[in-house]
Ligand binder design. Structure first.
Ligand code: SF4
Length: 327
């Protein structure tokens, strides 16, 4: 069953010269208990899509959609403050920089105490004494902290990025969200720290049945974590499907480019070999290209690509390309 379902999401940036469209008529859904990936190069609009979903976008963006259902509740007609309030009770967010997601002027203890909702309070009266203190200790132990006292007394600036992300996950656990939006939370970490955080997100999903939207530009790093992948290019989903299908049988040339860019760390790989990256530049949102947005960077492009490709449905997904691969 779908936890969130958005139809025709459009995002435009307000500029002195008028509205600049970033994302047009995007349909997006996440099922209950599912981990969905939003994968694309930097500047493709992934973060803006997440902010629009969570209702935390800035005032210089204009957001519209035809339908928005969350947990079977239609919130299409709610205005932004109402939608924000509704979603803040159900959605947790992890940003790229763990330290910046926390208030630098408050200790971790103060922030975690403030973050715990009163609805989590025990029913029995005798259990209510110091329940927040006990609950915070349990949450920090769950994410792997042993010396919780030192963490609780620290300010975010005194902790490493990994520790801050672990605190963010503990806070998310405390609020018991239905959906976690993880916006590339491990991009600046070492491989070992990345593994720790990804495992915690996975266990949050498995044990607490939290659905996850995971944003990344590194398909190789997180592919095993995801149930379904949305490939984003120029503010559009160019291919969508189950992870296995996308990895083994990609149809869109952009997906193939992203898969080829995964570094080969196997025993047979050459030392100091070149890193494969998509050639050319990402098109400018202010000057949209004619036809398929991948056009100038696509190895399969031909004359027909001057017309925008329609969405072609395949089993459990779709792609947008005139000359699909592996069909
Ligand atoms: S429509 Fe053409 S340019 Fe676009 S991805 Fe397909 S082959 Fe490449």
């Amino acid at each position: 069953m779908a936890l969130i379902e958005i139809k025709n999401l459009s995002i435009s940036l307000k500029t002195p010269n008028g509205l600049v469209p970033i994302c047009k008529n995007l349909d997006f859904s996440v099922n209950e208990g599912e981990i969905v990936g939003l994968i694309g190069t930097s500047g493709a609009g992934k973060t803006l899509i997440c902010k629009a979903i969570a209702g935390i976008h800035s005032r210089d963006l204009e957001i519209s959609f035809d339908r928005y259902r969350f947990d079977n509740i239609d919130i299409t007609g709610k205005d932004l403050p109402q939608r924000r309030k509704f979603l803040s009770e159900r959605v947790a967010i992890m940003l790229q920089n763990g330290t910046r997601s926390l208030d630098p002027l408050m200790t971790i203890r103060e922030q975690m105490t403030e973050n715990l909702p009163n609805s989590a309070r025990p029913r029995k009266l005798w259990k209510r004494f110091f329940w927040k203190k006990r609950e915070i200790d349990i949450l920090l132990h769950k994410v792997g902290f042993k010396d919780t006292k030192a963490i609780l007394n620290a300010y975010p600036g005194e902790l490493s990025d990994v520790q801050c992300q672990k605190v963010n996950i503990a806070m998310a656990l405390g609020r018991k969200p239905r959906l976690l939006i993880a916006d590339d939370p491990v991009s600046t970490m070492t491989a070992l720290s990345q593994l720790q955080i990804l495992r915690l997100i996975d266990s949050l999903n498995q044990n607490n049945h939290v659905s996850v939207i995971y944003v990344s530009n590194d398909l190789g790093q997180i592919a095993r974590l995801m149930d379904r992948i949305n490939m984003i290019y120029y503010g559009e989903i160019v291919e969508q499907g189950p992870t296995e299908q996308i990895l083994k049988n990609p149809h869109h040339p952009f997906t193939k480019i992203m898969l080829d860019a995964i570094p080969d760390m196997g025993a047979g790989s050459r030392r100091k070999s070149f890193f494969k990256a998509p050639g050319g530049d990402h098109p400018d949102f202010q000057h949209p290209p004619v036809g398929c947005p991948l056009g100038s960077r696509c190895p399969c492009a031909d004359r027909e690509c001057n017309i925008k490709p329609p969405q072609t449905r395949v089993k459990n997904g779709f792609y947008c390309c005139h000359f699909p691969l592996n069909t």
